[in-house]
Ligand binder design. Structure first.
Ligand code: ADP
Ligand code: MG
Length: 694
């Protein structure tokens, strides 16, 4: 294995490379462009582009691409060669400042929620210099934002960057009041990524995995995860080789892949990078997911990033660790030695509490997808109710502040965690039960509702914007206050009392919590279809407009895209299920019934009185199940015809959710029952046991 320090970032045009490859003045101009957003002179842009090209050619690159994240959530790229023909019939390698800064992908097939149709047919990509350019498979990748000609965002990066500006503006106002001379506040993110690895040859034999990324059918194997022997268990050599290879690839691209371990479910694993700024973390998470899939191929494995690949077995999540930090490296959610007197910390904490309570709907929407609907509330992932875990110690602090105190009675220290950020707050053991959707974990929050495929960008721009909003309210009051400290403490008291209902330290998986949350007036938006209407409420339109993250048109477009995506995905799943049940399962079981019937006939011919109870009983029960399955297949076919009647994506999505999904559930139940009684050699696809335990 190569030494990490030698390969780390070797394919990234990072600060060190910039410094080395760029003339001094170009380097200075670029740095200023990155930090303050000042324009780059065309001449300077050309110098930078040329240096990038020379560096890329020296690394074997032949093409460049504007790399962006359209609303499909999967990164897009269109490769162009550096080559241009010269007058003598040869070629020159060219790359101009213009090509670096702006691109015009033929974007008509990316989702726009109607925006492009009403403005301009084409969109353009614009270089985001705050995320480093890198080389992936002989292509120089330039991280870019993707917009329509009218300036509407058509991607996930643009709102993330804008929300970063919003929180920077508002947090600096607060910091200034507390005497800080910080010049910039960013949000930091460390996403823990879960995934499944299964043998590629088995994956290829399942249409549901190939078309939908998850199994639509499959009886539960005798053993799943009940023994909990996989979690943190020894990593098998084949998997270890994969992880090592993956790490090498990620390190080359400057991704700080750091921890890896097995997860709860068989064949499930996790990778966590060291945290970075939210923009970079979001780009890096995209690279990570892409590499996870690519490297798996090399090892004859398939990486499943779907939120719920197997029923009855834990799905995969993406825990988003999030905090705020200054350019001086201070973490604004660090409680310090004496949280009760740390007014500034308590104020930032309360801003998050207020934001989360006021905009529960937006956080829920940020993780809404048909695939994640299978997970949330499934007794493995947090429920669809948003609440905050603070832990008993921090609650005690806030309760004391609410009573105007600056001291709490000293108690014996419960547990020394050795975690330096937690000197006086014991790490509450309930944090480890992981049932809370949004938990304070010592010096950051961990948002645990995101599914494994969810882009980091969406939950993070929500967190950034809702926190910026609360900070703005605070700053508006405090800037007028005579005694900032006293007013801030009063603000903390009021905010805590007003938004305390969103704090819950107990077991979020319990039935009692669902009832209690209802009593507290918290939202419980069970499905994507329940959640999406809230996206464009007046309250949310106001929020995004105030902080210049989205206009009303952009929000409506995004909502439309989510509905459309929902319908498309469920439609594909339903068609795949029909195909598997009708063309594979029914014929397979029929063949088995035929074999059983032949046996009965030949047995009787050989020995008139031979017992045939087993065969006859199976023939009867399997035949009746096949009839039922056949009927349900016809029903689902009809539903997929009926669904075309609706004029809006919203109504169509409601029909998919209310009618199609339940019909699919019935088909699955019958198919799984057939699987359990059909002889192995007749079953037309690998089973759960094959997929998960080989
Ligand atoms: P756990 O298993 O306790 O959830 P992990 O080590 O698996 O912890 O992951 C924790 C993640 O949180 C890592 O990606 C880590 O870099 C990240 N993290 C730590 N501190 C911060 C912070 N201040 N802001 C954002 N992310 C953070
Ligand atoms: Mg973890």
């Amino acid at each position: 294995m190569n030494k990490i320090s030698e390969i780390f970032g070797s394919m990234v045009f990072n600060d060190a490379v910039m410094k080395e490859k760029l003339p001094k003045d170009a380097y200075a101009a670029l740095k200023q462009h990155i930090s303050d957003g000042t324009d780059l002179e065309p001449g300077v842009a050309n110098v930078i582009a040329s240096a990038m090209k020379d560096w890329a050619l020296s690394k074997g690159a032949t093409h460049f691409t504007h790399w962006f994240q359209p609303m499909t959530g999967v990164t897009a790229e269109k490769h162009d060669s550096f080559m241009t023909p010269d007058a003598e019939g040869g070629v020159l390698m060219n790359f101009s400042g213009k090509e670096l800064i702006k691109g015009e992908p033929d974007a008509s097939s990316f989702p726009s929620g109607g925006i492009r149709a009403t403005f301009e047919a084409r969109g353009y990509t614009a270089w985001d210099p705050s995320s480093y350019v890198f080389i992936k498979e002989n292509t120089l990748c330039i991280p870019t934002a993707f917009c329509s000609y009218g300036g509407e965002a058509l991607d996930k990066k643009t709102p993330l960057l804008l929300s970063g500006e919003a929180i920077n503006t508002q947090a600096l106002r607060i910091l200034k009041l507390f005497g800080s001379d910080a010049r910039r506040v960013i949000t930091t993110v460390g996403p823990e990524q879960e995934y499944f690895l299964i043998p590629k040859e088995l994956y290829e034999q399942r249409k549901d995995l190939v078309f939908c990324g998850r199994t639509l059918l499959g009886a539960k194997p005798p053993k799943t995860q009940e023994l909990e022997d996989h979690y943190f268990g020894a990593i098998k050599p084949r998997i270890a080789a994969y992880m090592e290879d993956l790490n090498q690839e990620l390190w080359k691209l400057g991704v700080l892949a750091s921890t890896e371990h097995n997860e709860v479910a068989p064949s499930q694993h996790e990778l966590a990078p060291i945290y970075s700024s939210s923009n970079i973390a979001s780009d890096h998470n995209q690279i990570t997911m892409e590499m996870m899939k690519k490297v798996a191929e090399r090892h004859n494995l398939t990486c499943l990033l779907h939120e719920k690949p197997f029923a009855g077995i834990n799905g995969s999540g993406k825990h988003i660790n999030w905090s705020m930090a200054t350019d001086q490296g201070e973490n604004l959610l660090k409680p310090g030695k004496s949280p009760i007197t740390n007014t500034r910390f308590l104020l930032f904490l309360c801003a998050v509490i207020k934001g989360v309570d006021k905009y529960q709907d937006l956080l829920r929407i940020s993780v809404a997808s048909p695939s994640n609907d299978h997970r949330l509330g499934g007794n493995e992932a947090p429920p669809a109710i948003i609440s905050i875990f603070l832990g008993d110690d921090l609650m005690e602090v806030l309760e004391a502040v609410a009573q105007g105190k600056t001291e709490i009675p000293k108690r014996p220290r419960m547990m020394d965690t050795g975690v330096s950020v937690l000197p006086d707050i014991k790490k509450d053991t309930t944090d480890r039960n992981r049932t809370s959707p949004f938990a304070f974990t010592g010096s950051r929050f961990e948002f645990r509702m995101a599914g494994s495929m969810t882009s980091v960008a969406c939950p993070v721009y929500m967190l950034n914007t809702i926190t910026a909003d609360a900070l703005m309210d605070f700053a508006d009051i405090l800037e007028k206050a005579e005694d900032v400290e006293a007013s801030a403490r009063e603000l903390i008291r009021k905010t805590y009392l007003e938004h305390k209902r969103v704090i819950f330290n107990g077991n979020n998986y319990s039935e009692e919590w669902v009832r209690e949350a209802e009593g507290r007036g918290l939202l419980n938006l069970r499905s994507t279809v329940d959640a999406l209407p809230f996206f464009t409420s007046d309250k949310n339109i106001d929020l995004f407009r105030t902080h210049r993250v989205f206009s009303r048109v952009e929000l409506e477009a995004r909502q439309e895209i989510l509905y459309e995506e929902y319908c498309k995905l469920i439609n594909i799943e339903a068609l795949t299920m029909l195909d598997m049940a009708g063309k594979d399962i029914l014929p397979a079981v029929s063949a088995y019934i035929q074999a059983l019937s032949d046996t009965v006939v030949s047995k009787k011919a050989a020995a008139k009185d031979a017992a045939c109870r087993m065969e006859v009983s199976l023939i009867t029960s399997l035949s009746s199940l096949c009839d039922s399955l056949y009927d349900r297949i016809q029903d689902l076919r009809q539903l997929l015809i009926d669904v075309n009647e609706f004029d809006t994506n919203e109504l169509t999505a409601q029909f998919f959710c209310g009618k199609v999904i339940p019909a699919m559930r019935e088909i699955r139940a019958l198919a799984d029952e057939l699987e359990l009684s059909t002889a192995r050699k007749y079953w037309p696809m690998p089973t759960y046991g094959d997929l998960l335990f080989t």
